[in-house]
Every structure is written in structure tokens, then in C-alpha cells.
Write a protein that binds this ligand. Structure first.
Ligand SMILES: *Cc1c(COP(=O)(O)O)cnc(C)c1O
Length: 380
């Protein structure tokens, strides 16, 4: 079956007990056993819950993985994955990353002996050079947050395979509707379900989807041992969000294209970053690797902080808030909001400047979003 059909039916057949077309929310922390250790597959809801199991099965099917594992947040998923990398492990990571990912690597796990080396993965020679030293994991986002760079997943996988290193891809920005890293050879996919998978800015959640049997077993064990699991209610909301993922991603893409076009032509803009623009340096790669370009656009506004503040305060449809991927449009100032934990020098060295603004284009009428951006720029 095709992707949009699978979004609605995969992992979610009608409830055998009642015929309910939606997966019920099983609000039960524990499950009766007819004799010690004799049960119907569920024992305790940290270890497994039927609503969560339906979501996990759906996630695995959509990403083309062996197993899906749901977590209480994207960072809960990442922290659990990192439990598999003990002191002395080395990760080679893309440099443009979600700020919270950087914070977990540098402010937390570094003191427990994890080493992370950051490279611009658009430069494959740099990936190859970084892999000369013994490496335990390659970690990347694409499109990257917040600069919307595109990394060639297949090419990085080829280099990593040659060095016998697994590859994990944060697929939050693209979702499986636009990009399926496991099909391109990656071993692990990570999601913040808070964003497009949930899609309505009403839950916080995360996920891992894995290809290999050994990873599936180890990470399922860690999911239960560490315990950062989502509630059945949140799992239900993500399942409901996934039903409309296809139509939403197409609408987000149309909105972002309209906004990017206004920004690209505007004289008060220094640079626009959107992989759907033919001027984007990796546009051809994005076209090959993705089935659409997503809903996030970032823009550099000259004139320092005061110009940015004027732009932000004149937006009427875009709401100033952290997060992205919901039906409503949101705007973020990475330097002071989502990426504030990255030191200024490091941030600016790779392009996250004071003038950078990240727009999450929602599914409102694209013309209203384009008008909103145009008139706010007029006030700068
Ligand atoms: C938000 C986000 C995360 C973290 O997810 P939470 O659900 O907020 O913990 C990780 N990666 C990316 C790309 C994100 O946008």
C-alpha cells in the first residue's frame, strides 16, 4: 500500500474486543496475571502498554525499521540511546544540531567520559577524516536545525560502513513522509514526536526506530530499564496526529515555499535557508533524498538585535514560541531561545548568528503567512 494509506491503517486495525476503529487508550499501569509470569503479553506499563505498542508498531512500519520505541520526549529518546555508549565512547556528529542535543552531549555526557567531535557533514572529506580515529556512532540531523543544511545520508552511511560505525539520524524535520533514513542505510532513526508526528503542539514525546535485531533488543531493554516512557494518552494523540501526517506535510511545504519566496526577493533579508529554493546549495541533493522540503525556513535579518526584535514584534500570524511542526505557525530566535545553551562563539562560528530567525510554517493559508512576513519586514 502507498504511504498515505499506511499512515491510517498501519499498526492500527480495529480493536478485536469491541470493533472500535481507533486504538483504545489503555489507562492501566498494570495487568492481571493468571499465575506468576503467566499473562497476555502485558505486565506493567513501563515495560509495555497496548496503546504505546500500537504507536511503536506504526512508527517501525513507517520508517521501515524492525522495531519502534516511544519515549517521553525526543531528548528522553536520545538520553536512552546514549546509555548504550559508555565512558570512553566517541561520537562523530554533524555540527548544526538541535540545541538540546548539544547540551546533552556537552553539558551532561562529556563529564561521564563521552567524547563528541563535530564536523560539517556537507564536507565528506571531513567525515572521512573524523572516522580515522576509532568511532562508536555517527550522529546527524538533516535538514539541520536551525540552518536547514542537507546532509547526504547515503554518502555518510558508505563512509561509516567502511569504518564499521553505525549511523543515527534525527529525522524530526523531515518525518518519514518526506525522508526515510533506514532505507538509505542508516541504522537508527530518532524523532521528537513533539513536532510533526504529533503535529498539534499538544504533547511532548520522542521515538527511536531501529533496523538491527541487536539494537532493537538492547534499546528495548534500556527503554524499560531507564523508564523514560510516554503516557498511553500521549501515544493516542501521536497516533491520531500520524493519520494526517501526509496532508499536513504537503500543506507545511506549500506554506514554507510561499514564505521562502517572499523572503528571497526582499531587500531587507541577508540570506534565506530553505532546501526547496533552487538557490539552496544542496537543493539537488534535497530533491533526490526527500519527497518534499518540509515546513521550516530560516532567515538572516541584517541590522542586529533591534532589527530582529522589530521583525518578531510585528508578526501577527506567527507566534513567538519555542518548538515547531504544529499546525500553527511559530517563530523562534535560536540565539536567545532554542540554541541559547550553545556558547556564542561556537554558535556564530558555524552560522547561528544574532540575526537568524527560524520560522515553522503552519498549515494556515500560505498567502496569509506570506503577507505576515512581508508586512513584518516592512516594519524593520
Ligand atoms: C525538539 C527537537 C528535539 C528534542 O525533542 P524534545 O521532544 O523537545 O525532547 C530533538 N531534535 C530536534 C531536531 C528537535 O527539533
Amino acid at each position: 500500500m502507498r504511504f498515505d494509506t499506511r499512515l491510517i491503517h498501519e499498526g492500527q486495525s480495529p480493536d478485536p474486543l469491541t470493533g472500535a476503529v481507533n486504538v483504545p487508550i489503555y489507562l492501566s499501569s498494570t495487568f492481571r496475571q493468571s499465575a506468576p509470569d503467566v499473562h497476555q503479553g502485558y505486565v506493567y506499563s513501563r515495560s509495555g502498554n497496548p496503546t504505546r505498542a500500537a504507536l511503536e508498531k506504526t512508527l517501525a512500519a513507517l520508517e521501515g525499521g524492525r522495531a519502534g520505541l516511544a519515549f517521553s520526549s525526543g531528548l528522553g529518546a536520545l538520553a536512552t540511546l546514549l546509555e548504550a555508549y559508555p565512558s570512553g565512547s566517541r561520537i562523530v556528529s554533524e555540527v548544526d544540531l538541535y540545541g538540546g542535543t548539544w547540551r546533552l552531549f556537552e553539558h551532561h555526557r562529556r563529564q561521564f567520559g563521552l567524547r563528541v567531535e563535530y564536523v560539517d557533514m556537507r564536507r565528506l572529506d571531513r567525515v572521512r577524516a573524523a572516522l580515522r580515529e576509532k568511532t562508536d556512532l555517527v550522529y546527524l540531523e538533516t535538514p539541520t536545525n536551525p540552518l536547514l543544511r542537507i546532509v547526504d545520508i547515503s554518502a555518510v552511511v558508505r563512509l561509516a560502513r567502511a569504518a564499521h560505525v553505525p549511523v543515527a539520524v534525527d529525522n524530526t524535520f523531515a518525518t518519514p513522509a518526506l525522508q526515510r533514513p533506514l532505507e538509505l542505510g542508516a541504522d537508527i532513526v530518532l524523532h521528537s514526536m513533539t513536532k510533526y508526528l504529533g503535529g498539534h503542539s499538544d504533547i511532548v514525546g520522542g521515538a527511536l526506530v531501529v533496523r538491527g535485531a541487536k539494537d532493537a533488543e538492547q534499546l528495548a531493554w534500556l527503554q524499560n530499564a531507564v523508564g523514560a516512557v510516554p503516557s498511553p494518552f500521549d501515544c493516542f494523540l501521536v497516533l491520531r496526529g500520524i493519520h494526517t501526517l501526509g496532508v499536513r506535510m504537503r500543506a507545511h511545504g506549500a506554506s514554507a515555499a510561499a514564505v521562502a519566496e517572499v523572503l528571497e526577493r526582499h531587500r531587507k533579508v541577508r540570506a534565506v535557508h530553505y532546501p526547496g529554493l533552487s538557490s539552496h546549495p544542496e537543493h539537488a541533493l534535497a530533491r533526490r533524498q526527500m519527497d518534499g522540503y518540509g515546513g521550516i525556513v530560516s532567515v538572516e535579518i541584517p541590522g542586529g538585535t533591534s532589527a530582529v526584535l522589530r521583525f518578531l514584534s510585528h508578526l501577527k500570524v506567527f507566534t513567538l514560541a519555542e518548538s515547531l511542526g504544529g499546525v500553527e505557525s511559530l517563530v523562534d530566535h535560536p540565539a536567545t531561545m532554542t540554541h541559547a545553551s550553545v556558547p556564542r562563539a561556537e554558535r556564530e562560528a558555524h552560522g547561528v548568528t544574532e540575526g537568524l530567525v527560524r520560522l515553522s510554517c503552519g498549515i494556515e493559508d500560505p498567502a496569509d503567512l506570506a503577507d505576515d512576513v512581508r508586512s513584518a519586514l516592512g516594519a524593520v
